[in-house]
Design a binder for this molecule. Structure first.
Ligand code: AMP
Ligand code: MG
Length: 459
Protein backbone atom coordinates (compact mmCIF):
# COMPACT_ATOMS: atom_id res chain seq x y z
CA UNK A 1 0.00 0.00 0.00
CA UNK A 2 1.42 3.38 -0.87
CA UNK A 3 0.54 6.97 -0.25
CA UNK A 4 1.09 7.72 -3.89
CA UNK A 5 -2.22 6.15 -4.77
CA UNK A 6 -5.25 8.38 -5.04
CA UNK A 7 -7.36 8.23 -1.96
CA UNK A 8 -10.99 8.84 -2.61
CA UNK A 9 -13.04 7.76 0.37
CA UNK A 10 -16.12 6.27 -1.17
CA UNK A 11 -19.59 6.74 0.07
CA UNK A 12 -20.82 4.54 2.87
CA UNK A 13 -23.62 2.40 1.56
CA UNK A 14 -26.35 0.54 3.36
CA UNK A 15 -27.30 3.49 5.47
CA UNK A 16 -30.66 3.49 7.14
CA UNK A 17 -32.77 6.34 5.80
CA UNK A 18 -33.51 9.05 8.31
CA UNK A 19 -37.21 9.81 8.29
CA UNK A 20 -37.45 13.55 8.37
CA UNK A 21 -33.77 13.98 9.16
CA UNK A 22 -32.37 15.24 12.43
CA UNK A 23 -35.32 17.54 13.13
CA UNK A 24 -37.86 14.74 12.83
CA UNK A 25 -40.37 15.35 15.62
CA UNK A 26 -41.09 11.61 15.70
CA UNK A 27 -37.63 11.06 17.14
CA UNK A 28 -37.31 13.65 19.87
CA UNK A 29 -34.25 13.69 22.00
CA UNK A 30 -32.45 11.28 19.74
CA UNK A 31 -29.14 12.95 20.12
CA UNK A 32 -29.42 13.38 23.86
CA UNK A 33 -30.02 9.67 24.26
CA UNK A 34 -27.16 8.83 22.01
CA UNK A 35 -24.80 11.12 23.82
CA UNK A 36 -25.63 9.58 27.17
CA UNK A 37 -24.98 6.18 25.64
CA UNK A 38 -21.58 7.30 24.56
CA UNK A 39 -20.36 8.41 27.95
CA UNK A 40 -20.08 11.88 29.28
CA UNK A 41 -17.66 14.71 29.70
CA UNK A 42 -14.19 14.75 28.19
CA UNK A 43 -13.44 16.13 24.81
CA UNK A 44 -15.84 14.51 22.46
CA UNK A 45 -19.28 13.83 23.86
CA UNK A 46 -22.38 15.62 24.87
CA UNK A 47 -22.39 18.26 22.14
CA UNK A 48 -24.79 18.92 19.35
CA UNK A 49 -23.27 19.21 15.91
CA UNK A 50 -24.45 22.82 15.54
CA UNK A 51 -21.60 25.26 15.08
CA UNK A 52 -18.99 22.56 14.55
CA UNK A 53 -16.53 22.89 11.71
CA UNK A 54 -16.58 20.00 9.22
CA UNK A 55 -13.52 17.73 9.26
CA UNK A 56 -12.84 18.41 5.58
CA UNK A 57 -12.82 22.17 6.17
CA UNK A 58 -10.46 21.93 9.13
CA UNK A 59 -8.14 19.66 7.14
CA UNK A 60 -8.18 22.04 4.18
CA UNK A 61 -7.28 24.96 6.47
CA UNK A 62 -4.43 22.98 8.00
CA UNK A 63 -3.01 21.83 4.69
CA UNK A 64 -3.35 25.28 3.16
CA UNK A 65 -0.82 26.62 5.61
CA UNK A 66 1.71 23.80 5.36
CA UNK A 67 4.57 24.03 2.88
CA UNK A 68 7.38 21.60 2.26
CA UNK A 69 10.63 21.44 4.21
CA UNK A 70 13.66 22.98 2.53
CA UNK A 71 15.80 20.47 0.63
CA UNK A 72 19.13 19.34 2.01
CA UNK A 73 21.86 17.13 0.65
CA UNK A 74 22.05 13.64 2.14
CA UNK A 75 24.09 10.52 1.51
CA UNK A 76 22.35 7.77 -0.40
CA UNK A 77 21.22 5.62 2.51
CA UNK A 78 20.09 8.61 4.53
CA UNK A 79 17.95 9.60 1.54
CA UNK A 80 16.01 6.32 1.67
CA UNK A 81 12.27 6.88 2.00
CA UNK A 82 12.50 10.56 1.05
CA UNK A 83 11.61 12.46 -2.10
CA UNK A 84 14.23 13.75 -4.48
CA UNK A 85 14.43 17.53 -4.77
CA UNK A 86 16.62 17.77 -7.88
CA UNK A 87 16.98 16.31 -11.34
CA UNK A 88 19.62 13.62 -11.66
CA UNK A 89 21.29 13.38 -15.07
CA UNK A 90 23.44 10.39 -15.98
CA UNK A 91 26.91 11.63 -16.91
CA UNK A 92 27.83 8.16 -18.16
CA UNK A 93 25.99 5.44 -20.07
CA UNK A 94 24.52 2.40 -18.35
CA UNK A 95 26.00 -0.14 -18.94
CA UNK A 96 29.28 1.73 -19.27
CA UNK A 97 30.68 -0.57 -22.01
CA UNK A 98 29.56 -3.50 -24.18
CA UNK A 99 29.82 -6.59 -21.97
CA UNK A 100 28.85 -10.23 -21.82
CA UNK A 101 25.49 -11.32 -20.43
CA UNK A 102 26.69 -14.92 -19.91
CA UNK A 103 29.70 -17.03 -19.08
CA UNK A 104 30.76 -18.43 -22.46
CA UNK A 105 32.81 -17.64 -25.55
CA UNK A 106 33.04 -14.34 -27.42
CA UNK A 107 32.70 -15.07 -31.15
CA UNK A 108 31.78 -13.56 -34.50
CA UNK A 109 28.28 -14.71 -35.38
CA UNK A 110 29.23 -15.22 -39.06
CA UNK A 111 31.77 -17.89 -38.07
CA UNK A 112 29.01 -20.07 -36.58
CA UNK A 113 26.44 -19.90 -39.38
CA UNK A 114 26.79 -23.65 -40.09
CA UNK A 115 27.07 -24.81 -36.45
CA UNK A 116 24.63 -27.47 -35.18
CA UNK A 117 24.45 -30.32 -32.63
CA UNK A 118 25.23 -32.77 -35.40
CA UNK A 119 28.04 -30.67 -36.90
CA UNK A 120 29.64 -28.44 -34.25
CA UNK A 121 32.03 -25.73 -35.42
CA UNK A 122 35.42 -25.85 -33.71
CA UNK A 123 37.28 -22.55 -33.06
CA UNK A 124 40.69 -21.92 -31.47
CA UNK A 125 40.41 -20.16 -28.07
CA UNK A 126 42.94 -17.31 -28.09
CA UNK A 127 42.50 -15.96 -24.54
CA UNK A 128 40.31 -15.28 -21.51
CA UNK A 129 38.40 -12.08 -20.68
CA UNK A 130 37.51 -11.72 -17.02
CA UNK A 131 35.16 -9.23 -15.36
CA UNK A 132 37.24 -6.24 -14.40
CA UNK A 133 39.64 -6.64 -17.34
CA UNK A 134 40.97 -3.11 -17.85
CA UNK A 135 41.94 -3.69 -21.47
CA UNK A 136 40.98 -6.32 -24.02
CA UNK A 137 42.85 -7.20 -27.18
CA UNK A 138 40.96 -7.42 -30.44
CA UNK A 139 39.83 -10.79 -31.84
CA UNK A 140 40.32 -11.79 -35.44
CA UNK A 141 37.95 -13.84 -37.65
CA UNK A 142 37.61 -17.58 -37.01
CA UNK A 143 38.65 -17.27 -33.35
CA UNK A 144 36.98 -17.36 -29.93
CA UNK A 145 37.80 -15.99 -26.47
CA UNK A 146 36.53 -17.40 -23.17
CA UNK A 147 34.54 -14.65 -21.44
CA UNK A 148 32.84 -14.13 -18.08
CA UNK A 149 29.54 -12.40 -17.33
CA UNK A 150 30.16 -8.66 -17.16
CA UNK A 151 33.53 -8.81 -18.94
CA UNK A 152 34.09 -6.39 -21.85
CA UNK A 153 33.36 -7.77 -25.32
CA UNK A 154 36.67 -7.95 -27.24
CA UNK A 155 36.76 -5.67 -30.30
CA UNK A 156 35.98 -7.83 -33.33
CA UNK A 157 33.55 -10.15 -31.48
CA UNK A 158 29.81 -9.44 -31.83
CA UNK A 159 28.15 -12.24 -29.82
CA UNK A 160 28.63 -14.60 -26.91
CA UNK A 161 27.86 -18.34 -26.96
CA UNK A 162 26.86 -19.57 -23.51
CA UNK A 163 29.04 -22.33 -22.01
CA UNK A 164 26.10 -24.75 -22.10
CA UNK A 165 26.10 -24.73 -25.92
CA UNK A 166 29.78 -25.73 -26.13
CA UNK A 167 32.13 -28.51 -25.01
CA UNK A 168 33.76 -25.97 -22.63
CA UNK A 169 37.13 -26.45 -24.34
CA UNK A 170 40.21 -24.53 -23.22
CA UNK A 171 42.55 -24.53 -26.25
CA UNK A 172 39.77 -25.15 -28.79
CA UNK A 173 36.03 -25.01 -28.36
CA UNK A 174 33.32 -26.99 -30.18
CA UNK A 175 30.14 -24.93 -30.54
CA UNK A 176 26.76 -26.63 -31.04
CA UNK A 177 24.65 -23.89 -32.52
CA UNK A 178 24.61 -20.70 -34.49
CA UNK A 179 24.09 -17.31 -32.79
CA UNK A 180 22.64 -13.98 -33.79
CA UNK A 181 24.93 -10.96 -33.96
CA UNK A 182 24.48 -9.21 -30.62
CA UNK A 183 23.30 -12.32 -28.78
CA UNK A 184 24.20 -12.33 -25.07
CA UNK A 185 25.80 -8.88 -25.42
CA UNK A 186 24.71 -6.05 -23.12
CA UNK A 187 25.18 -2.86 -25.09
CA UNK A 188 26.69 0.30 -23.60
CA UNK A 189 23.88 2.78 -22.85
CA UNK A 190 21.04 0.33 -23.52
CA UNK A 191 19.73 0.87 -19.98
CA UNK A 192 20.35 4.62 -19.81
CA UNK A 193 22.16 6.85 -22.30
CA UNK A 194 24.78 9.35 -21.13
CA UNK A 195 23.03 12.69 -20.65
CA UNK A 196 19.60 11.13 -20.02
CA UNK A 197 17.52 12.01 -16.96
CA UNK A 198 17.97 9.25 -14.40
CA UNK A 199 15.47 10.56 -11.83
CA UNK A 200 13.35 13.69 -11.61
CA UNK A 201 12.35 15.91 -8.68
CA UNK A 202 9.68 14.25 -6.56
CA UNK A 203 10.92 10.72 -7.22
CA UNK A 204 10.52 8.52 -4.16
CA UNK A 205 13.87 7.09 -3.15
CA UNK A 206 13.63 3.38 -2.42
CA UNK A 207 16.14 0.58 -2.91
CA UNK A 208 15.67 0.59 -6.70
CA UNK A 209 16.31 4.31 -7.01
CA UNK A 210 19.31 4.04 -4.68
CA UNK A 211 20.69 1.38 -7.03
CA UNK A 212 20.34 3.73 -9.99
CA UNK A 213 21.93 6.64 -8.11
CA UNK A 214 24.86 4.48 -7.05
CA UNK A 215 25.23 2.99 -10.54
CA UNK A 216 25.40 6.46 -12.04
CA UNK A 217 27.92 7.66 -9.45
CA UNK A 218 25.75 9.87 -7.21
CA UNK A 219 26.76 9.40 -3.58
CA UNK A 220 24.78 12.41 -2.28
CA UNK A 221 21.46 13.81 -3.41
CA UNK A 222 19.22 16.76 -2.62
CA UNK A 223 16.08 15.55 -0.87
CA UNK A 224 13.25 16.86 1.26
CA UNK A 225 14.41 15.75 4.71
CA UNK A 226 12.32 14.25 7.46
CA UNK A 227 10.56 17.08 9.27
CA UNK A 228 11.59 17.48 12.91
CA UNK A 229 8.46 17.09 14.97
CA UNK A 230 8.50 18.00 18.66
CA UNK A 231 5.95 16.19 20.82
CA UNK A 232 4.83 17.57 24.18
CA UNK A 233 2.32 16.18 26.68
CA UNK A 234 0.59 18.60 28.99
CA UNK A 235 -1.20 17.74 32.20
CA UNK A 236 -0.37 18.10 35.89
CA UNK A 237 -1.58 14.54 36.48
CA UNK A 238 1.02 13.03 34.16
CA UNK A 239 4.12 11.10 35.20
CA UNK A 240 6.74 9.61 32.93
CA UNK A 241 6.66 5.94 32.13
CA UNK A 242 9.49 5.01 34.50
CA UNK A 243 7.61 6.21 37.57
CA UNK A 244 4.78 4.31 39.26
CA UNK A 245 1.80 6.68 39.27
CA UNK A 246 0.47 7.63 42.70
CA UNK A 247 -3.22 8.22 43.38
CA UNK A 248 -4.60 10.63 40.79
CA UNK A 249 -1.53 10.36 38.60
CA UNK A 250 -1.53 9.00 35.05
CA UNK A 251 1.33 7.58 33.01
CA UNK A 252 2.06 9.74 29.99
CA UNK A 253 1.07 7.59 27.03
CA UNK A 254 0.53 10.34 24.49
CA UNK A 255 4.01 11.69 24.01
CA UNK A 256 5.24 8.18 23.22
CA UNK A 257 2.24 7.37 21.03
CA UNK A 258 2.45 10.63 19.08
CA UNK A 259 6.22 10.40 18.66
CA UNK A 260 5.72 6.90 17.26
CA UNK A 261 2.92 8.09 14.98
CA UNK A 262 5.05 10.99 13.75
CA UNK A 263 7.92 8.63 12.97
CA UNK A 264 5.51 6.30 11.22
CA UNK A 265 4.38 9.24 9.09
CA UNK A 266 8.00 9.87 8.06
CA UNK A 267 9.13 12.51 10.56
CA UNK A 268 12.01 12.57 13.01
CA UNK A 269 10.23 12.85 16.34
CA UNK A 270 11.58 14.50 19.48
CA UNK A 271 9.68 13.66 22.64
CA UNK A 272 9.98 16.56 25.02
CA UNK A 273 7.83 14.88 27.64
CA UNK A 274 5.54 16.31 30.24
CA UNK A 275 4.62 19.91 31.03
CA UNK A 276 2.28 20.58 33.98
CA UNK A 277 -0.79 22.76 33.50
CA UNK A 278 1.14 25.99 33.89
CA UNK A 279 1.11 28.88 31.39
CA UNK A 280 4.61 30.13 31.92
CA UNK A 281 6.20 26.68 31.74
CA UNK A 282 4.31 25.83 28.57
CA UNK A 283 5.31 29.05 26.81
CA UNK A 284 8.91 28.61 27.97
CA UNK A 285 9.22 25.12 26.60
CA UNK A 286 7.50 26.04 23.33
CA UNK A 287 9.85 28.97 22.94
CA UNK A 288 12.93 26.83 23.41
CA UNK A 289 11.66 24.11 21.07
CA UNK A 290 10.90 26.48 18.20
CA UNK A 291 14.56 26.55 17.29
CA UNK A 292 14.69 22.96 16.11
CA UNK A 293 11.08 22.15 15.29
CA UNK A 294 9.51 21.99 11.85
CA UNK A 295 6.27 21.16 13.66
CA UNK A 296 5.07 21.01 17.25
CA UNK A 297 2.39 18.70 18.60
CA UNK A 298 0.93 19.11 22.08
CA UNK A 299 -1.63 16.90 23.77
CA UNK A 300 -4.09 17.86 26.47
CA UNK A 301 -5.48 21.11 27.76
CA UNK A 302 -7.68 22.11 24.83
CA UNK A 303 -11.16 21.42 26.24
CA UNK A 304 -13.49 23.71 28.17
CA UNK A 305 -12.03 23.01 31.62
CA UNK A 306 -10.71 25.63 34.01
CA UNK A 307 -7.18 24.22 33.71
CA UNK A 308 -7.04 23.79 29.97
CA UNK A 309 -3.83 25.69 29.83
CA UNK A 310 -2.80 25.06 26.24
CA UNK A 311 -5.96 26.67 24.97
CA UNK A 312 -5.77 29.56 27.44
CA UNK A 313 -2.12 30.33 26.83
CA UNK A 314 -2.01 29.94 23.08
CA UNK A 315 -5.31 31.54 22.11
CA UNK A 316 -3.94 34.77 23.60
CA UNK A 317 -1.10 34.77 21.06
CA UNK A 318 -3.59 35.18 18.23
CA UNK A 319 -1.81 32.81 15.86
CA UNK A 320 -3.30 29.57 17.14
CA UNK A 321 -6.98 28.90 16.57
CA UNK A 322 -9.03 26.62 18.80
CA UNK A 323 -12.10 25.16 17.18
CA UNK A 324 -14.63 22.46 17.61
CA UNK A 325 -14.60 20.02 14.72
CA UNK A 326 -17.55 17.85 13.72
CA UNK A 327 -15.88 14.58 14.58
CA UNK A 328 -15.93 11.95 17.25
CA UNK A 329 -13.60 11.54 18.99
CA UNK A 330 -11.35 14.57 18.72
CA UNK A 331 -13.80 17.46 18.69
CA UNK A 332 -11.61 20.18 20.25
CA UNK A 333 -8.68 20.99 17.99
CA UNK A 334 -6.05 23.68 18.05
CA UNK A 335 -3.97 24.57 15.03
CA UNK A 336 -1.84 27.55 14.13
CA UNK A 337 1.65 28.91 13.94
CA UNK A 338 4.31 29.96 16.44
CA UNK A 339 7.41 32.09 16.22
CA UNK A 340 9.21 33.97 13.50
CA UNK A 341 9.34 30.98 11.16
CA UNK A 342 5.64 30.37 11.59
CA UNK A 343 6.22 26.82 12.82
CA UNK A 344 2.96 24.87 12.59
CA UNK A 345 1.58 23.70 15.92
CA UNK A 346 -1.18 21.17 16.52
CA UNK A 347 -2.85 21.15 19.92
CA UNK A 348 -4.57 17.80 20.24
CA UNK A 349 -7.00 16.69 22.94
CA UNK A 350 -5.52 14.70 25.82
CA UNK A 351 -7.55 11.52 25.74
CA UNK A 352 -5.23 9.06 24.00
CA UNK A 353 -7.79 7.82 21.46
CA UNK A 354 -8.81 11.39 20.61
CA UNK A 355 -5.16 12.34 20.25
CA UNK A 356 -4.37 9.48 17.89
CA UNK A 357 -7.50 9.95 15.79
CA UNK A 358 -6.73 13.68 15.54
CA UNK A 359 -3.18 12.83 14.54
CA UNK A 360 -4.42 10.51 11.79
CA UNK A 361 -6.94 12.98 10.45
CA UNK A 362 -4.94 16.23 10.57
CA UNK A 363 -1.32 15.78 11.57
CA UNK A 364 -0.29 12.84 9.44
CA UNK A 365 -1.39 14.51 6.20
CA UNK A 366 0.46 17.66 7.30
CA UNK A 367 3.67 15.69 7.89
CA UNK A 368 3.27 14.01 4.50
CA UNK A 369 2.87 17.44 2.93
CA UNK A 370 6.03 18.70 4.64
CA UNK A 371 7.83 15.72 3.13
CA UNK A 372 6.65 16.84 -0.31
CA UNK A 373 4.25 13.92 -0.93
CA UNK A 374 1.57 14.56 -3.51
CA UNK A 375 -1.03 12.28 -1.97
CA UNK A 376 -0.94 13.01 1.70
CA UNK A 377 -3.84 10.81 2.76
CA UNK A 378 -3.66 7.19 3.67
CA UNK A 379 -5.26 4.86 1.20
CA UNK A 380 -8.65 3.76 2.49
CA UNK A 381 -10.42 0.45 1.98
CA UNK A 382 -14.02 -0.59 1.71
CA UNK A 383 -14.98 -3.36 4.11
CA UNK A 384 -18.16 -5.14 5.09
CA UNK A 385 -19.22 -4.14 8.57
CA UNK A 386 -19.85 -7.18 10.74
CA UNK A 387 -21.68 -5.03 13.23
CA UNK A 388 -24.40 -2.47 13.69
CA UNK A 389 -22.75 0.89 14.31
CA UNK A 390 -24.59 3.93 15.65
CA UNK A 391 -23.19 7.34 14.88
CA UNK A 392 -24.28 10.89 15.70
CA UNK A 393 -25.84 12.93 12.92
CA UNK A 394 -23.59 15.70 11.67
CA UNK A 395 -20.31 14.34 13.03
CA UNK A 396 -17.81 12.08 11.39
CA UNK A 397 -17.16 9.17 13.65
CA UNK A 398 -13.92 7.20 13.83
CA UNK A 399 -14.29 3.86 15.60
CA UNK A 400 -11.47 1.49 16.37
CA UNK A 401 -11.79 -1.62 14.25
CA UNK A 402 -10.29 -4.95 13.42
CA UNK A 403 -9.95 -5.49 9.70
CA UNK A 404 -9.97 -9.05 8.43
CA UNK A 405 -9.40 -10.41 4.97
CA UNK A 406 -12.03 -12.99 4.08
CA UNK A 407 -11.10 -16.14 2.09
CA UNK A 408 -12.77 -14.60 -1.00
CA UNK A 409 -10.37 -11.65 -0.79
CA UNK A 410 -12.92 -9.12 0.46
CA UNK A 411 -12.37 -7.23 3.68
CA UNK A 412 -14.62 -7.28 6.68
CA UNK A 413 -14.36 -5.21 9.83
CA UNK A 414 -15.53 -5.53 13.41
CA UNK A 415 -15.56 -2.85 16.10
CA UNK A 416 -13.11 -3.08 18.99
CA UNK A 417 -14.09 -1.55 22.33
CA UNK A 418 -16.60 1.17 23.05
CA UNK A 419 -16.79 4.86 22.28
CA UNK A 420 -14.68 5.97 25.23
CA UNK A 421 -11.66 7.91 24.08
CA UNK A 422 -9.73 6.75 27.15
CA UNK A 423 -9.79 3.09 26.02
CA UNK A 424 -6.12 2.50 25.28
CA UNK A 425 -6.24 -1.30 25.47
CA UNK A 426 -9.05 -1.49 22.92
CA UNK A 427 -7.12 0.89 20.68
CA UNK A 428 -4.08 -1.37 20.95
CA UNK A 429 -6.23 -4.33 19.88
CA UNK A 430 -7.36 -2.50 16.73
CA UNK A 431 -5.66 -2.28 13.37
CA UNK A 432 -7.82 0.31 11.68
CA UNK A 433 -10.26 3.17 12.10
CA UNK A 434 -13.78 2.70 10.79
CA UNK A 435 -15.04 5.95 9.32
CA UNK A 436 -18.75 6.73 9.60
CA UNK A 437 -19.58 9.76 7.50
CA UNK A 438 -21.36 12.79 8.94
CA UNK A 439 -24.77 12.05 7.46
CA UNK A 440 -24.85 8.38 8.44
CA UNK A 441 -26.46 7.61 11.78
CA UNK A 442 -26.51 3.85 11.55
CA UNK A 443 -24.53 1.23 9.69
CA UNK A 444 -26.26 -2.12 9.44
CA UNK A 445 -24.36 -5.40 9.52
CA UNK A 446 -23.40 -6.50 6.02
CA UNK A 447 -23.16 -2.99 4.59
CA UNK A 448 -19.95 -1.40 3.41
CA UNK A 449 -17.94 1.09 5.41
CA UNK A 450 -14.78 3.07 4.75
CA UNK A 451 -11.78 1.88 6.71
CA UNK A 452 -8.48 3.61 7.39
CA UNK A 453 -5.92 0.85 7.95
CA UNK A 454 -3.34 1.77 10.58
CA UNK A 455 -1.11 -1.27 10.64
CA UNK A 456 1.18 -0.42 7.78
CA UNK A 457 4.20 1.69 8.49
CA UNK A 458 4.83 3.98 5.52
CA UNK A 459 8.13 5.63 6.22
P1 AMP B 1 -7.29 16.93 28.71
O1 AMP B 1 -7.44 16.95 27.23
O2 AMP B 1 -6.04 17.58 29.18
O3 AMP B 1 -8.52 17.45 29.39
O4 AMP B 1 -7.18 15.40 29.11
C1 AMP B 1 -8.23 14.51 28.87
C2 AMP B 1 -7.95 13.17 29.48
O5 AMP B 1 -6.83 12.60 28.88
C3 AMP B 1 -7.65 13.20 30.97
O6 AMP B 1 -8.24 12.05 31.56
C4 AMP B 1 -6.15 13.11 31.01
O7 AMP B 1 -5.67 12.56 32.21
C5 AMP B 1 -5.86 12.22 29.83
N1 AMP B 1 -4.55 12.50 29.32
C6 AMP B 1 -4.08 13.71 28.99
N2 AMP B 1 -2.83 13.65 28.55
C7 AMP B 1 -2.47 12.34 28.59
C8 AMP B 1 -1.30 11.65 28.27
N3 AMP B 1 -0.21 12.28 27.83
N4 AMP B 1 -1.27 10.31 28.43
C9 AMP B 1 -2.36 9.66 28.90
N5 AMP B 1 -3.52 10.27 29.22
C10 AMP B 1 -3.59 11.60 29.08
MG1 MG C 1 -5.31 18.14 30.93
Amino acid sequence: MTDENPDQPTEVIGRIPQPGGPADPARPGEHGVRQEDHGRGGDDHGHSSAGLRPVAEQLARVLDGIGTVDPIQLTLLDAQGLLLAEQIVADRPLPGFDNSAMDGYAVRAVDLREASEAKPVVLPVVGDVVAGARSVSGMGPGLAMRIMTGAPIPPGADAVVPLEDTDRGVARVAINRSVRSGECVRRAGEDLAAGAVALGPGAAIGPQQIALLAATGHDRVMVRPRPRVVVISTGSELVDVGKTPGFGEVSDANSYMLAAAARDAGADAYRVGIIPDDHAKLLDVLDSQLLRADMIITSGGVSMGAFDVVKEALSQLGTVEFTRVAMQPGMPQGFGYLGRDRTPIFCLPGNPVSALVSFEVFVRPAIRKLLGKRNVQRQTLQAISLERIQSPQGRRQYRRGLLHREPDGRYSVSIVGGHGSHLIAAMAASNCLVVIEEDVTEVVPGSRVTVLPLMLAQR
